[in-house]
Design a protein around this ligand. Sequence first.
Ligand code: ATP
Length: 362
Amino acid sequence: MALLEIRDVVKTFGDFTAVNHVSLAVEAGEFFTLLGPSGCGKTTLLRMLAGFEQPDSGEILLDGKNMAGVPPEKRPVHTVFQSYALFPHMTVAQNIAFPLKMAGVASAEIPKRVDEVLEDVRLQQFARRYPHELSGGQRQRVAIARALVNRPRLLLLDEPLSALDAKLREQMQIELINLQKEVGITFVYVTHDQGEALALSHRIAVMSQGQVEQLDAPETIYSYPKSRFVADFIGQCNLLDATITEVQPGRMKVEIEGVGTAEALPVAGAQVGGKGTLTLRPEKIKLGATLPQGNADEVHFKGRVHDCLYLGDVTIYIVELDNGTLVETMLPNSGSGKAKFFDDNDLVELAWRFDAGHFVLA
Ligand code: ATP
């Protein structure tokens, strides 16, 4: 049985539907992420899990128990907010003890429980410090310790890293992954940052306009997006309008509008005449002044360099195909000592393995 089951949940505010028939299940021990652009409904869904909002219809089950009518403080759930919300006038130990006091835990037991959870988050030596005497990362660990001390079954995290700068955010991501592994508690994590979702999660539910567009492991979401929206939202992606012209077992042909024919892996529901988008990640495309021909598994096109963007580790080359279509490609700068392999207007060739382009039906 899944730890958390969301069954056909709907939430409206007036005549606006914020969460529109969402169903999903989260397994015990999972790091599960709700990902989507601002306004897609992910926070509303999280707030319904916490009990701060009630669904209009549908059910939320935790450990098989229906949460309808169960108030937030009675749910085996705890929420960590973006600001961490630590009490500034309390020490680390007092901050962590607070929810235990509120829950009426016997005062003789409280120091033991606080020590245990401080050990879990490796903060034993900071017990007597105040929040302002801690780094951002340590404060985050205190917030998580305070969330864990009541032994929730589920930890809900609402954009906990969004206020941090890029470098600290990356350190905190590593901390969070390790912490979740060590304490083994199930995380439901909300973010609009696709890189963060890919880096942290076991599985991601990509949301758009109140609905789950795709629910899969990060690698699957990245390589096999189910819709143009998911391809576009997750990472850089070339989106080429195309029509299916031939379907065979293991391969199909698509006509890329105004560019030419390419092969791709067949997708469910593929039929000749079917319209859609060939999605192609920049790093899957080979780029050269000339490229070896004759590999039946490769798709080839010629073009001209339109723009170069030097990013340090890689350089992005935007290549214009004969009909004016722009395709983003990239080359790593490692080892060569060169910042650029090509200049604007250089004639180049592009190639990609036929199965690197993933077709999504419109
Ligand atoms: P963000 O990343 O910006 O927080 P989100 O995906 O978490 O976005 P929600 O906060 O779930 O989005 O909001 C979804 C939609 O529901 C938004 O359009 C929002 O304006 C609306 N909404 C949320 N709460 C309320 C409310 N209490 N009353 C009216 N509308 C609301």
